[in-house]
Design a protein around this ligand. Sequence first.
Ligand code: PLP
Length: 430
Amino acid sequence: MVEKYVQKTSKSKVMFERAKKVLPAGVSYNIRYFDPYPFYTAKAKGSKLYDVDGNEYIDFWLGHTALILGHSPFAVMNAVRSQLSNGTIFGTSHETEIALAEQVVKMVPSAEMVRFTNSGTEANMYATRLARAYAGRDKIAKFEGGWHGGYDALHIGVKYPYDVPESGGLTVGALQDTIVLPFNDFGGVEEKLKGEKVASITVEPILGAGGCIPAEREFLKSLREYCDKKDTLLVFDEVITGFRLAPGGAQQYYDVTPDLTVLGKILGGGFPVGAFCGRRDIMERINPRTYERPNRSFHGGTFAGNPITMKAGLATLKLLEDGKLTGKLNRSGDRIRERLREIIEASRIKAQITGASSLFNVHFAQKELRDARDVANADRVKLLEYNLWLIAHGVFFLPTHNGALSNAHTEADLERLFSETERFLKSQRE
Ligand SMILES: Cc1ncc(COP(=O)(O)O)c(C=O)c1O
């Protein structure tokens, strides 16, 4: 497959040689690198990416799952176009940020107040600081395999083995103040937190980068009860699940309401975004009219609430508000998982399909996967081969990462995924 990929992507290869001189690994985000080199995208529309060699790819990666309407959807482009000639960043307050905050409050059950950032990482960083300020505690907790962006306090325990620091440059203090908990194992959570007082427990309702593993409903309910008992804030990182699992995100889907919610991706309608929102009494800690240093929790940013992102986000959420689109995508997601399972069963190759709603992932593993440790034990080499097979045949998943659906995907797109998966599995038996 490497040979076939290299044959099809000669211009990308030249571009990679150029890129790696000025961008480490030739990319702007490490996960975008894959062997032998990544293709470089020239344009994107609907459900498709087109690379510099003119190859077309059905895109199941969708800008890190941000593009629930597909690439450059008409309604969003129109909203952005109308804003472009009226200013791209005001650096002052404006009506569209109010409108988008109102829309978030309307849709997300836990949201009484909102603040916007430019990425999910930033939103998690400010939410964590806010939780610490509110609770008056230093320690926080998160889960094995949970990915919340590159912020020190949460960039811990992401990849197996979990005791190896994820990055150089993390201080001993950062490592000591974060407790890493087992996912989908409430008994294990209680055990780990015995004698501890943590400001917050941050959880992804579906582990995204950790293998697309849904939390069990009872597990989230138990976390809610635990946090109530211990005066700990429950933080849902809904950067992936927000506005995708349901109009109100995973908290609506699971019927469990966190104290704070972190949003991103879909919220920006294809433009850089993040947000954190939640209970009024917690969010008010940011208010300089009410709280002075050191009790106030800081939040801000040059591009926070910029009118381009706010317009794009508002146009997107308006289309998701009534739940029809999410319902349709959820049904397609069910069908994809079911069909892929049938294909795998018929092939007699051991693999598992994880995910929920319009998110899914394939893992070459014998048994059902309940957490990121199980994912770490699956056959990653075969997964990379499968992903490269798909890429060489015009179906794009960022290697090893989950797939997502958008409103732009067609029946033909899904059929192509099924037929290429069948062909790959057949090639493994020959
Ligand atoms: C669940 C989750 N939280 C946070 C982040 C970080 O968001 P960003 O990449 O916008 O900083 C991501 C990114 O993939 C994510 O999946």
